[in-house]
Structures are given as C-alpha cells and as structure tokens.
Design a binder for this molecule. Structure first.
Ligand code: ZN
Length: 521
C-alpha cells in the first residue's frame, strides 16, 4: 500500500495516522507489527478511536468511554455556563440554546448506538434542563411546576421551546443514520432475502434495540420501520430515507402531544386542555422565534420569563390569592393569570397591550408602501363607532380593528378547549358583526385583527400580515422583504407578550402595595 501511495504522494505523514485494532485479547498483534508502527510514530488503539468526529470501539462500553474522553465533562461545559451569564439576555440565551446547543449533539446521536451514548445523552439532557431552569427563573419551584417545565423540551409547534431531548432522539437518529447509509457496499450485501443481517453481530443488536425503543414509545411509527433488524437493509433499499428522521421525530412528538391532550380530557382539566391547544395554535410560537434585532422584537428578562410561565401553565411566584383590582376573593388562586382578564386592568394595561399591537401593524403598513390611518373619524352615518385602522395596501382598501383575547380566562376557557384559535375566531365574528356595515358604506373590506394572549393569530389577521409582507416584496421597499417577513410576525407577537407582562406586573404591584398599606391603616 505504501509503494502504491508513494506513486501519488511524495510521502505519508505517519504522525497523522492511527492504527485501530480491537482484537488484542483474542489475537494479539505480532511484535514486528507493533515495533514498525512505533518506529513510524503511529499510535495504536486497542479499545476505541475517534474517526470523523465520532467514536468507534471494540464494544459498547469502550465506545462510551471514548465518548466521555472526546466530550469531556458536560456538566462544566463553558457553553452552558456562558448562556447563563447575566450580560446575555434570557431571550438571546434561549435562542442560542435551541439553535446551537441541541444541534451540537445531533451528529454524535446519529453516529453512536443508543446503548453507548445513553449516559452522555442523559447528562446532556440534565444540563440542558438545568440551564432552562436558571434562564426561566424556575429554581426552587415545586415538583408540580418542574414537571410542567419539562414541556419546554417539546417542539415549538406543540407549545414547547424546541429544545429536543437527546435521550428521546437517540434511537431515531441512529436508526435513520444507518438507513441513509444502506446503499454503501458494506451494507448492501445484506439487502437480499438470502443474505440478511446476521443476528450475532453488534449492528443487529443496536438496530433491534432502536426498533424496539421507537415502536414502544410511538406505536404509529411501526409502518415506517422494518419488522426486525434482520430485514433492515432489505426494507430500506427502496424506501425513502432522507426524511426518515424527521418523519419519526414528528410521529413521536405528535404521539406525546396527543397523549397530553387525552390525559387532560380524561382528567376533565379544561384549563390544561385549552392551554395545550392555544399554545400550539398557528403562530403561537412566534414570540419564541423573534430575533431581538430591534426594540420591537426584544423582550426583557422579566417579560420573557412571564411569557414562558404563561405558556407552560406555571403561576408567577408569590402571588396574592385575592385580586386587589376588582376585589374578588381567591381570583388568583382560581386563575393564576386573572389579571389578563381583570376588569380593573382593562382600561389600563390591557388597552396598552392593544395599542402596542396596533402601533406595530400601523407602522409596518406604512413601512411597506401602504397608507394607514389610526382611528378614522365619522366613517359611520348612524353612530360614532371608529375602527382602529383605515388602510390602503396595494389594491386593498380596508378597515381594521384590533382585539386581543385571553383564551384561558373563565369566560373563554371552555370554548378554547374545543379547538385551536376558537377564541380568536369568535373575536373575529364579533368584530366583523360590529364593523361590517361601516366598511360596506365605504366599499372597503373589514379585517378583524384578533390575537390570543397566548400568541395565536386569527386567520384573518394572518392574511393581513401576509398582505403586508407581499407588499414589501412588490414595492421593493428599502427594508428587504425577507427582513419584513421575519420581523413583522416577531414584532406583533412580542407586543402581545410585553402587554401581558405589563399587566401581570401591574396586578402584582397593586396587591403588594395594598398588602403593605393594610397594617399601616
Ligand atoms: Zn381582578
């Protein structure tokens, strides 16, 4: 081999070479071989070796040991400790956690059998969860609230924070990785019914374990997988494998989400059912995806933490059980987010939240070459009703009115528990009934801009946002179309969460102020 290589290269750099030999106990290397390797300064590895960023070893235990050496102590990983640095905002840290920390494990999970990476995956999940706890200020919370916090490890579309658990991903990632390599010659020899994968090889054991784990957690994945490891390469030669990991992950996540819904139904827990549906409705995760590039899309740490607690169904810390705004006893005890629907805050912070959203929509319409006027006068001949916005955008002339409903309040919760966006759609009907005739008088279209405090956007509002984004493309605005697309949704979503946080803080401050004044009186 050396003479062949020498005909192409001037020399071989032996210092960069490694020699792996995993049969030393059964068949020791000859003295002549080891001494030649030593002379060439080629290191010999009898237990495990790092190849292309992954670890191969003579058995599962040795792969695990090799991984430990490769990754080091994940509990003291500087990446995680830097994320909790006070100079980094919680919003930025949570985005980095989702975009950078979770994918760091992706490659290792794909190239390492689940049995060998189980320990590392478990430590990674533990570190990930502890970092979330610190960032969202959940340390010292009750056991019940910590269980709720685990929903953060669910996809964004199911109301989580998109922070995938390495333990759950491991069998899916490894199996999909082997399936995608089914065409390589070393595996293709097992692709016929006559020569299936022998059941005494380690790969057979690993694949069997993966199939068992995946189908145990998600029975509906069975039709995507072979019956057993022996037929693995027969099954995947023709099947589409490029989307296999995504498909299996989606089924596993959907299965978990449906289980949570079923559990809420069985326990007759309307609030939990409504919360699950609301936080997983279209656009409900926009505030988590907003990149804090400007003030419109930036949440302070407190605002982010309150938004996360509302999203996960965890009450704010040390709240007074009674509301000191509307003076209802046990209002907060029965509904921890009572302030978001409290009449005492309706004309104050709740109106402020409405105006924040209105400002964003008004500003962006003008940014993208449209014209929008706030609260136009005398549009209706019979009374003084005024919609929030009159706008012309491309060929659209419309009146628009903004409404933000809290779907988890006692009035709406039973409706919110029926389907996603039920409360937003109800709000759209109410607004349309109120303003439709006014719009008709001006040959304009009426657009109800209705959002839920949990982030969901009504269908009509989503269409208006699409129109604004399209206008930015058609008018070739100074602000690029891609940026408008990303920032508009983020700005609207962040405005709602800012308003929620402001209302919750105002309610709590009122309670603390009254409580402090009582003994003095
Ligand atoms: Zn109240």
């Amino acid at each position: 081999m050396r003479s062949n290589l020498l005909s192409y290269y001037r020399h071989i750099n032996y210092r960069k070479c490694k020699f792996a030999y995993f049969h030393q106990e059964a068949q020791p290397l000859a003295e002549s071989v080891t001494s030649w390797l030593d002379d060439c300064h080629i290191s010999i590895h009898y237990d495990h070796i790092v190849v292309l960023g992954g670890v191969i070893g003579r058995n599962v235990e040795q792969i695990s040991v090799g991984l430990g050496k490769l990754i080091g102590d994940i509990g003291n990983d500087p990446f995680f400790s830097r994320l909790t640095h006070p100079n980094l905002s919680v919003q930025r840290a949570m985005i980095l956690l989702r975009k950078c920390a979770v994918p760091r494990m992706g490659y290792l999970l794909r190239v390492t059998p689940p049995a060998a990476i189980a320990d590392l995956a478990s430590k990674f999940d533990h570190k990930l969860f502890n970092t979330i706890k610190v960032l969202l200020d959940m340390e010292g919370e009750s056991e019940e609230n910590i269980i709720k916090l685990k929903q953060a490890l669910k996809p964004l579309r199911h109301g989580g924070f998109g922070l995938t658990s390495a333990v759950h991903t491991s069998p899916i990632a490894y199996l999909s990785s082997v399936a995608s390599a089914a065409a390589v010659p070393v595996f293709s020899e097992f692709a016929s019914a006559q020569s299936q994968l022998p059941n005494d090889c380690p790969l057979y054991q690993h694949l069997s374990q993966c199939i068992q784990m995946i189908t145990h957690d998600t029975p509906s994945s069975r039709n995507l997988l072979p019956r057993n490891a022996a037929s693995f390469f027969t099954h995947f030669t023709s099947a589409q494998t490029s989307t296999l990991q995504h498909d299996l992950n989606t089924r596993a996540a959907d299965n978990q989400f449906n289980k949570a819904l079923d559990e809420a139904v069985q326990n007759n827990n309307l609030i939990e059912l409504a919360r699950l549906l609301c936080t997983s409705s279209p656009h409900a995760s926009d505030w988590k995806e907003a990149i804090p590039t400007n003030k419109d899309t930036t949440l302070t740490n407190t605002q982010y933490q309150i938004a996360a607690r509302l999203n996960l169904g965890i009450p704010m810390r040390s709240q007074c059980p009674d509301c000191h705004g509307c003076h209802v006893k046990n209002a907060l005890k029965n509904d921890p987010y009572h302030y978001l629907s409290c009449p005492a805050h309706r004309r104050r912070e709740i109106t402020f939240r409405h105006n924040l959203v209105l400002q964003v929509v008004h500003r962006y319409i003008n940014y993208v070459g449209g014209v929008a006027v706030k609260e136009p006068h005398d549009l209706h001949d019979a009374d003084g009703r005024r919609p929030d916005l009159q706008l012309i955008l491309r060929d659209l002339h419309a009146l628009c009115d903004v409404r933000i409903s809290h779907p988890l309040c006692p009035t709406h919760v039973s409706s919110a528990a029926t389907q996603p966006l039920a409360v937003a759609m109800l709000g759209e009907r109410i607004k349309t009934n109120k303003y439709k005739s006014t719009a008709e008088q001006h040959e304009a279209k009426f657009i109800p801009f209705v959002m839920e405090s949990t982030g969901g956007i009504g269908p009509e509002s989503a269409k208006l946002l699409d129109q604004i984004i399209l206008a930015s493309r058609d008018h070739n605005t100074l602000w690029p179309h891609e940026v408008v697309s990303q920032e508009l949704r983020g700005a609207v979503a962040v405005a709602v969460q800012k308003g929620n946080a402001m209302t919750m803080i105002a309610g709590r401050n009122l309670a603390i102020g009254r409580a402090a004044a009582c003994p003095a009186a």
